[in-house]
Design a protein around this ligand. Structure first.
Ligand SMILES: [Ca+2]
Ligand SMILES: [Ca+2]
Length: 177
């Protein structure tokens, strides 16, 4: 059974690689200049002396998600007037009174969305889950896979992606047209 799964995995692996390359190819072709700029920025921000490595890509993904998670959780922390870790309806109402009409609606929607069990209280676990979802919304699984797939552009295969390699890949694209 295990052997069969291994064989099946080996057969399917190239298909998976092709699918990822196509997503990367599409992202490059959509707007080559913007793509190159974005990846070069990523290399500058998260790469080491020899370029961007997979752990740098993971750091970028985690940082983007943590930023969105922190913003989402911060709004609930600010509503938790007695600081007991749970936001109740009365606490929500105080923040809503102080907000604009538009802000009131947004707070209501966020509260309802976060209150997964619908008991009218957003507890610490529900706040954490809401933060996790906000992180994934900021940088989804598909985009994370696309970013991981950037290592396919590592032309010399030394495990680190440089700006020159990205520019070469984009230039190769234009030549192929
Ligand atoms: Ca509270
Ligand atoms: Ca709840």
């Amino acid at each position: 059974m295990l052997r069969m799964l291994l064989i099946l995995g080996a057969l399917l692996w190239p298909l998976q690689a092709i699918a990822e390359e196509t997503a990367l190819q599409k992202a490059m072709e959509r707007n080559p200049e913007r793509f190159a700029n974005r990846v070069v920025d990523l290399i500058a921000g998260f790469g080491g002396a020899d370029g961007l490595r997979p752990d740098g890509i993971e750091a970028h993904v985690a940082l983007e998600r943590a930023g969105a998670r922190a913003s989402a959780q911060r709004r609930f922390l600010a509503m938790d007037l007695d600081g007991d870790g749970t936001v109740v309806r009365d606490e929500l109402a105080v923040s809503q009174r102080a907000a604009s009409a538009q802000g009131r609606g947004r707070l209501e929607r966020e509260f309802l969305a976060a209150d997964a069990d619908g008991d009218g209280r957003v507890d610490a676990a529900e706040q954490a889950e809401m933060g996790r979802i906000a992180g994934l919304r900021a940088l989804g699984a598909e985009e994370a896979e696309l970013l991981r797939g950037l290592m396919a552009l590592d032309g010399d295969g030394n495990g680190a992606l440089t700006a020159a390699e990205v520019e070469r890949a984009v230039a190769g694209l234009e030549k192929a047209d």
